[in-house]
Design a protein around this ligand. Structure first.
Ligand SMILES: NC(=O)c1ccc[n+]([C@@H]2O[C@H](COP(=O)([O-])OP(=O)(O)OC[C@H]3O[C@@H](n4cnc5c(N)ncnc54)[C@H](OP(=O)(O)O)[C@@H]3O)[C@@H](O)[C@H]2O)c1
Length: 264
């Protein structure tokens, strides 16, 4: 897809990965409709973007009225990027009913609902695309992340189904699975755990470059970022017992940081 002149709705634009995606898409000549809950970072971002014709809508997408206000502003969108999301490094035993609902509403219900609402519009376009941002944890169930993993497994399954459902249309459906990335979604306990386990952390710019490259491809595709993560995702599919064994060894460390995270 040629991004020049395309109108792109990007959720989670006030966050780390979202703002990097916005900068790279604007540099490619796209017009952006940005959204997030906090106005100040959206305002700051829009002031620094290349080109003009960019807009933002402040919306908590968990609120159906605010979600509709965003959709009302998205009357000419060619591309939807579902990037908004939350994470919660917390043992299930320490999670509340509200934690469960919030995770599934934000990471699953909102992106699916936006795809559903915008599909009729996207199907009228000569060229259109959807990108759903998942995670390496959408292919590997990880201790301390059972709610987050459930949500990212769900959005991966949804994206795969939708891609196959729209395979004979002009709407491309992509899935991007970043690994650990340096943004505010990760608390200090998460960063310390990643350091102790030697988990590589990418920059948001790296993720944005991969996403833009995915969109510029001629056909729908799915991409995971990072070699060990890709390898472990495959191994998990083929021989989950091996991954069970490796993660069991890490369990005391993971539990310690999950409890630390929960206390702060
Ligand atoms: N960073 C990582 O390690 C990592 C790894 C794999 C995948 N990912 C995925 O990458 C995506 C972006 O994450 P990030 O790292 O950039 O995190 P981030 O900096 O915390 O940004 C999250 C974004 O989502 C928005 N958001 C959250 N709940 C929302 C709601 N109810 N309504 C509207 N917007 C909402 C936030 O808006 P406000 O800030 O304005 O509230 C923010 O713009 C997420 O889907 C995440 O799961 C991240």
């Amino acid at each position: 897809m040629n991004l020049k002149g395309k109108t792109i709705l990007l959720t989670g634009a006030s966050g780390g990965i979202g703002s990097a995606i916005a900068r790279q898409l604007a540099a490619e000549g796209a017009s952006l409709l940005l959204t997030g809950r906090r106005e100040q970072p959206l305002q700051q971002l829009i002031n620094t973007l290349y080109g003009d014709g960019h807009h933002y809508v402040v919306a908590d997408l968990g609120d159906p009225v605010q979600r509709q206000q965003l959709l009302d502003a998205a009357e000419d969108v060619d591309v939807l990027i579902n990037n908004a999301g939350i994470s919660d490094f917390r043992l299930l035993a320490d999670s509340s009913e509200q934690d469960i609902q919030r995770m599934l509403a934000t990471n699953v219900e909102i992106p699916i609902s936006l795809c559903h609402s915008l599909l009729p519009l996207l199907q009228q376009k000569n060229e259109a695309a959807i990108v759903n941002v998942g995670s390496a944890f959408g292919a590997i169930g990880y201790p301390g992340y059972s709610l987050y993993c459930s949500s990212k497994f769900a959005i991966r399954g949804f994206t795969e189904s939708l891609r196959r459902e729209l395979a004979d249309t002009q709407v491309q459906v992509h899935y991007l699975a970043p690994r650990a990335t340096s943004t505010e979604i990760n608390t200090s306990a998460v960063n310390e755990l990643n350091r102790e386990l030697g988990t590589v952390t990418d920059s948001p710019e790296r993720v944005a470059t991969e996403l833009v490259d995915l969109l510029q491809r001629p056909s729908s595709s799915s991409r995971a970022i990072g070699w060990p993560e890709k390898f472990f995702a495959r191994l998990n599919g083929l021989a989950p017992g091996l991954v069970d064994g490796a993660l069991k060894k890490q369990l005391p460390t993971i539990r310690r940081y999950a409890r630390l995270n929960h206390q702060n």
